[in-house]
Design a protein around this ligand. Structure first.
Ligand code: SAH
Length: 220
């Protein structure tokens, strides 16, 4: 292993130790974080930040989510459905999608900014992650591929997107931050029969979910 690679591997292990200190305990999730080379989802000039526990710019006023946030959402998913089809809204850098692929899910991901969609799609393919990427408004879901066992919304929603709820399989869970643009509460909505069971968790701050069942683009 070359020096730079060794350094990335060392820093990735340190990042995972930090996640454990913050309470992430699921071994499958921690192993996925050890496996996916987060620095490859960063621009050259940002490489030094890749293994910090922070959110960083990826262009177009968007960010790659903080590792703790990705780990928190992924744990909520893994604990409720350990395999199957997962839809991610907000491909962004592609990092969260890669983590889901490493966990063995069949992953579908939608991004509304074309340049980000193109970049993530190429990167994920080059790195060998089998994620199906689509350009468009993710609040409408992915009809042709529904139903999903899990739906992860990685942008802050003003309310529950109805169309997405309709694409959840029986016992499937949607993990979605909901609230004002300044802070959103992590929410799990699980489909049970004709009903939905809701659980509330801690607050996070995401970039806005913009779309027909999200925020109006003109607000930002
Ligand atoms: N999961 C990403 C996080 C990126 S930030 C990662 O791991 O890097 C959230 C992303 O959601 C942004 O790229 C933003 O453009 C995208 N987004 C916001 N609203 C969206 C919508 N309605 N449909 C699809 N993507 C959306």
């Amino acid at each position: 292993m070359k020096g730079a690679e060794k350094n990335h591997t060392f820093r990735r292990r340190e990042m995972v130790k930090t996640l454990e200190r913050y309470g992430i305990a699921n071994r499958r999730v921690l192993d996925a974080f050890l496996e996916v080379p987060r620095h490859l989802f960063f621009a050259e000039e940002m490489l030094d930040c890749a293994y910090n526990d922070g959110a960083y710019p990826i262009g177009f006023r968007q960010t790659i989510s903080q590792p703790y946030t990705v780990a928190f959402m992924t744990t909520l998913l893994v604990e409720r459905c350990s395999s199957g089809k997962v839809l991610e809204i907000g491909t962004g850098s592609g990092y969260q999608a890669a983590i889901l692929d490493a966990l063995g899910y069949s992953v579908f991901s939608i991004e509304r900014i074309f340049a980000l969609h193109e970049r993530a799609k190429k990167l994920l393919t080059r790195l060998g992650f089998g994620v199906a990427c689509r350009f468009g408004d993710g609040t409408l879901g992915w009809m042709e591929e529904a139903l999903f066992n899990g739906i992860l919304v990685t942008a802050g929603a003003p309310r529950e997107p109805e169309l997405l709820l309709g694409q959840l399989a029986q016992k499937g869970s949607m993990i979605i931050p909901i609230g004002e643009s300044s802070a959103q509460q992590m929410t799990v909505i699980q489909k049970e029969g004709n009903d939905f069971k809701r659980e509330l968790f801690e607050y996070f701050t995401f970039v806005p979910l913009v779309g027909r069942e999200g925020w109006d683009e003109t607000v930002f």
